[in-house]
Every structure is written in structure tokens, then in C-alpha cells.
Design a protein. Structure first.
Length: 174
């Protein structure tokens, strides 16, 4: 996080198919997904999608951080859906889970370092509370944004919004 904030990371931007990047993130976490008995699906609405310019490694890490949280905060045998969709002049990746959700009064703090919605020492979920702050910082370096909507006890939807140049035709996805 300190390297990101100090500008000491190198980004290599190129046009990336976010559906393929989501697939690679899922494959890299396959063992954890199977261990929890979960189903993870990708829904990609490719019509009119553009390919955003982003760093492939950091882009995958952002998706993995959000996917890891969705798995960690969801019950075993539940379903997580990654959706890639058109967003005005960009593309949105949404990671949706059926997990514990986040209370409305905690939403404004979750992107701060060392923060978890459940902050007590006896909290049942492990982690440093850095993943979401890393995602927040890295998406900004890409000119995008991260947001969340959540209902306590019902799940969360984390959104990564990427800006694009001009939309590419659908034949560019073949």
C-alpha cells in the first residue's frame, strides 16, 4: 500500500478483455473456491463493450481481492457472480455475493486501510483489512473507481468501473 501511495509501482497499460481477466482470477483461486464448495460464475455482456487500458497484473489482483472477500464472507456452498457489463463510456466488473453483507453505517469506512466492518478483536473473519484499500488505490491509478452496495445479512455487490476509449466492435472479441 505504501508503494502504491508513493508512486513506486510501475504500471504497464494495454487493452484488456475483462471477462478473460475475471476467468483467470477465478482459476487462480480455484482451490479456495472448491474448499468452500462454492460456485463462481461469469456473466459477460459483450455487446458494445470496449477494452479498457489497464495493467493486467494489477487488474487481476483487484478482482482477486474482491473475489477473495466474497468467498471469505459467504457461506459454504453459496454462489458468487462476476458480471462484466457496459457502463456509459466504460466497463464495469461487479462481484456479487450472498454473504454477510455490510451495515450501511460501515460502508463509508471499508476502503480505509486496516478496516473490516467487524472490527472487534473477537471477529470471526481473518485478514489485515488492507485488500479493499489496495483495490481503492489501484483502481484510481487506472482512472477508474470502486464502489459497493450491500445489505446486512443479504450480501454485497462490489463494482470496479474502468474507463475506455471508443467502444470496439463485437468482432474484436473473437
Amino acid at each position: 500500500l505504501s508503494r502504491i501511495r508513493s508512486g513506486k509501482i510501475m504500471l504497464s497499460f494495454k487493452k484488456i478483455d475483462l471477462a478473460l481477466l475475471c476467468q483467470r482470477a477465478i482459476e487462480s483461486m480455484d482451490e479456495y473456491i472448491k474448499e468452500k464448495g462454492m460456485q463462481v460464475k461469469i456473466v459477460s455482456m459483450q455487446e458494445g463493450l470496449c477494452l479498457p487500458q489497464l495493467d493486467e497484473v494489477w487488474g487481476q489482483q483487484m478482482i482477486e481481492h474482491l473475489l477473495n472477500n466474497a468467498i471469505k464472507f459467504s457461506d459454504e456452498n453459496s454462489e458468487i457472480i462476476l458480471t462484466v457489463s457496459k457502463l456509459n463510456d466504460g466497463v464495469r466488473v461487479t462481484i456479487s455475493d450472498e454473504g454477510i453483507g455490510i451495515a450501511k453505517d460501515k460502508l463509508s469506512h471499508i476502503f480505509q486501510p486496516f478496516t473490516q466492518a467487524e472490527a472487534s478483536l473477537a471477529r470471526p473473519y481473518q485478514g489485515s483489512g488492507l485488500g479493499l484499500s489496495v483495490v481503492y488505490e489501484v483502481i484510481q491509478l487506472h482512472g477508474g473507481r470502486v464502489s459497493v452496495d450491500s445489505i446486512l445479512g443479504q450480501g454485497s455487490n462490489f463494482h470496479l468501473d474502468f474507463n475506455c476509449d471508443a467502444p470496439l466492435s463485437t468482432k474484436d472479441f473473437d
